[in-house]
Design a protein around this ligand. Structure first.
Ligand SMILES: Nc1nc2c(ncn2[C@@H]2O[C@H](COP(=O)(O)OP(=O)(O)OP(=O)(O)O)[C@@H](O)[C@H]2O)c(=O)[nH]1
Ligand SMILES: [Mg+2]
Length: 384
């Protein structure tokens, strides 16, 4: 059978969920950071508030004395400036997802990619700008009400805007941090909390992305060198009419958790918080660049760490594994799946078995628990 016809056979039974641009958008929206509207930098906020305040056209009666007309105009301009600044500053904080209510996967990824303490500090610092801005505004409005000279009024309004702008500039780095956090986090995939999820893991270069790409809607990059995949990627497929998510992860090395880098820790977070079933790929040909022994050590660690998850092991690349090497591998790890991710050999059977292991009832229960946990937390924090 040719590679093309084998592939054809595979894709007729396992249906890659057709992701058009609309459903792709829908999936992305499941990432809570995707829905944050554009956040303005401190300089943009100053410019925006300034342009709003100077646009205000005053139609005050000509019967009023010039000094009174100026007073009304300068008061209104300052009020408009402050209002615009506060709206944009509040948006930075209020439009950001509440960190403690995030799905544990996004929560952990926020810690890994951004740092939760630093993010909370930055959001807090932005929020704390509002009282001093109010104070400055009130003080200068009072001065405007008492002023007698129209030049003095303009000076007062400018002074207030200058001081408010200084507060904004002093917190610019905090706003930039929040903008950067949003950028990093919104690159993550959307996760459908109620679809059974298979997470593929293993050493770098063993063929995880090749497998995920072959069976699902995801299109991760594939390359002959290690560390190609640098973040978690989610694909969708249907197995016997059941919608399933399959997650491609960056390769992990056999080393202590404390030594693992940001990229490996994303893979661990996917195993910890997304996997209903784990497929652990091993490359017995060692073409990946690591020995079978190293790969088995990592497998043992994953098995010990994620005791609650059904764990499937597959030897991949059996098409290029010399017979004696494959025999030796079988002796070390009997009864594992044997696949060729590049042409689909053995893949369908493995995925069907994997999905059968998902306990759909308990999965539904845990989704329900998570959702009711959210509404409980909401009511605890409803007055904040
Ligand atoms: N011969 C053969 N090559 C394969 C097979 N599966 C994957 N490869 C090749 O192995 C190399 C690595 O494949 P990837 O899918 O990028 O591996 P990965 O595990 O995602 O790698 P990282 O993202 O770096 O962790 C590529 O050159 C693939 O074409 C297979 O079953 N047989
Ligand atoms: Mg990869």
């Amino acid at each position: 059978m040719s590679i093309a016809s084998l592939f054809q056979a595979l894709t007729t039974v396992l249906e890659r969920t057709h992701i058009n641009s609309e459903s792709d958008q829908e999936m992305r929206k499941l990432n809570p950071f995707r829905n944050i509207p554009t956040i303005m930098t401190a300089e943009d906020i100053i410019e925006y508030a300034h342009s709003r305040s100077v646009k205000i056209s005053m139609k005050s009666s000509l019967r009023l004395a010039r000094v009174e007309r100026t007073r009304i105009r300068e008061i209104t301009r300052l009020q408009e400036f402050t209002k615009s600044v506060k709206i944009k500053l509040k948006a930075v904080v209020d439009d950001f997802p509440t960190i403690d209510k995030l799905h544990p996967f996004y929560h952990e990824l926020t810690e890994i990619l951004v740092g939760i303490d630093k993010l909370k500090q930055s959001l807090g610092a932005v929020h704390n700008c509002i009282p001093p801005i109010d104070e400055i505004t009130n003080k200068h409005l009072e001065a405007l009400r008492l002023a007698q000279d129209h030049r003095q009024m303009k000076k007062t309004r400018r002074a207030a805007k200058g001081r408010i702008s200084s507060i904004l500039r002093a917190t610019a780095k905090n706003v930039d941090f929040v903008i950067d956090a949003k950028r990093k986090m919104s690159n993550l995939p959307g996760i459908a909390p109620n679809s059974p999820t298979i997470v593929c893991a293993g050493f770098p270069n063993v063929g995880k992305s090749t497998l995920v790409r072959a069976v699902s809607s995801a299109e991760p990059e594939i390359a002959y060198y290690p560390f190609t995949t640098k973040s978690v990627i989610v694909g969708h497929l249907k197995i016997d009419e059941q919608n399933v998510q399959i997650v491609d992860t960056p390769g992990i090395l056999d080393r202590p958790m404390s030594k693992r880098n940001e990229i490996e820790r994303q893979a661990i977070a996917a195993l910890k918080y997304l996997a209903h079933v784990i497929i652990f790929l091993i490359d017995p040909s060692e073409a990946c660049g690591w020995t079978l022994g190293d790969q088995i050590n990592l497998y043992n660690e994953v098995r010990r760490t994620f005791v609650m998850n059904p764990l499937f092991v597959a030897f991949n690349k059996i098409d290029i594994t010399p017979a004696n090497q494959l025999e030796a591998a079988r002796k070390l790890m009997p009864d594992v799946y044997e696949i060729v991710a590049t042409d689909g050999t053995g893949v369908e059977e493995m995925l069907r078995d994997a999905i059968e292991e998902v306990d759909l009832t308990s999965m539904e229960e845990s989704v329900r628990e998570f959702v009711s946990g959210l509404s409980r937390r909401e009511s605890f924090t409803s007055d904040d």
